[in-house]
Write a protein that binds this ligand. Structure first.
Ligand SMILES: Cc1ncc(COP(=O)(O)O)c(C=O)c1O
Length: 377
């Protein structure tokens, strides 16, 4: 292992966040207090939405949205196989059926034409994902949902601060969900945020995250609920990070630009594809995921990952296609080969170290090690 490992991700936590957390710890309000309200308002404003509902993870937020939309057994939800597993699990939690469609290779987001073709009489909702933070096609998905009278949940867990034209991520469909795990643009340690313009969705989600309470009365429960609350400690961390979001996004864009430049020769030689991020200079970069050219195999990619790791460079194969996870194949009858574009891309992805403050020297070292590993194949 190398002397100076470069992590895959690294949360951007400063003295400001530490002080804010310590200040909350000195109060008697560690849950359900003023910080979550302020954090909700900040996230709603950023998404151009009326309401935010803070929860303890992105997964919890997606689950509550699925329930709030009344999606249940027998309903179909059209979604992408190229995502983090929670996108599909939140549909399965409610015994509804995820229906996968293949992705657009130019953006890694669901192919709009394939999405529309998959709509049947049983379809209740669409659940597209901003893969790696790319907002491409979200206006089109919204038009498709409207045209067919379907609910739309935007899984914007990877896209906080991104824009599509004048519209921010989180602004599409009935509701959207952000996530704040430490590898995300901003973090609360663990946490998530639902954003919506609908007072009905807001009320339902706020009640369900808090054990189904409909009022302040602690032992009065109006519906089935969960403990998906976000503590004041997590909320103030998020609130303080939100105030620095633009600074953090700019630093991440700078890191992406450094990589774009450092990998130029590999691209010119036809060996790798850069991340297909649309509107690069305005994007909210979640991860920096390159892809080996199609003539390389998955085994080649895995060999490159192993070499990077042996040099102390954090990396990963984002994502394993959801329809090839063993329990999903068992539950839904999906098979390798079902979604060839997703599989072709997923077999060749390499997520490189990526975070605000990644130095030019670190980028050079990653690019050099990567280049050696690929040219030795
Ligand atoms: C696309 C996507 N959906 C959902 C989630 C789930 O978020 P969490 O890990 O906070 O539950 C994540 C993040 O991990 C994600 O990347």
């Amino acid at each position: 292992m190398s002397e100076n490992p470069i992590p895959l991700s690294n949360p951007n936590v400063t003295e400001q966040e530490i002080q804010a957390v310590v200040d909350v710890l000195r109060t008697d309000r560690l849950s359900i207090g003023p910080k979550i309200k302020a954090f909700e308002a900040a996230c709603a404003a950023r998404a151009g939405r009326k309401f935010g509902i803070g929860v303890n993870s992105g997964t919890s937020g997606l689950h509550l949205c699925v329930r709030a939309m009344g999606i249940g057994e027998g309903d179909e939800v059209v979604t992408t196989p190229f995502s983090f597993i929670a996108t599909t699990n939140c549909v399965l939690f409610e015994r509804a059926k995820p229906v996968f469609v293949d992705i657009d290779p130019e953006t890694y987001n669901v192919d709009p034409a394939a999405l529309e073709a998959a709509i049947t009489g049983r379809t209740r909702a669409i659940l597209p994902v901003e893969a790696f933070g790319n907002t491409a096609h979200f206006d089109t998905y919204e038009q498709i949902a409207r045209r067919h009278g379907l609910a739309m949940i935007e899984d914007c867990c990877e896209a906080l601060g991104g824009v599509l034209g004048a519209r921010p991520a989180g602004n599409f469909g009935d509701c959207g969900v952000f996530a704040f795990y430490p590898n995300k643009q901003i973090t609360t340690g663990e946490g998530g945020m639902i954003v919506t313009d609908s007072p009905e969705i807001r009320d339902l989600c706020a009640s369900m995250r808090n054990q189904g309470r409909a009022t302040e009365a602690w032992l009065s429960h109006a519906r089935l609920g969960y403990n998906y609350r976000l503590s004041e400690i997590n909320a103030v961390l998020g609130l303080t990070q939100m105030a620095r979001l633009d600074e953090i996004l700019a630093a991440r864009r700078q890191a992406a630009t450094l990589y774009d430049q450092a990998l130029g020769q590999l691209v010119a030689d036809g060996l790798v594809h850069l991340p297909p991020m649309t509107w690069r200079d305005k994007a909210s970069w979640f991860v920096y995921v390159i892809r080996l050219a199609d003539n390389f195999s998955q085994a080649n990619r895995d060999a490159v990952l192993a070499k990077l790791r042996a040099s102390g460079i954090g990396c990963n194969n984002y994502f394993v296609p959801i329809h090839t996870q063993p329990y999903i194949m068992e539950m839904l009858g999906t098979r390798p080969g079902d979604f060839p574009i997703t599989e072709r891309i997923a077999a060749r992805t390499i997520a490189l170290p990526f975070f605000a403050g990644l130095s030019a020297e670190q980028v050079r070292r990653v690019a050099h090690t990567l280049s050696d590993a690929i040219r030795q194949l």
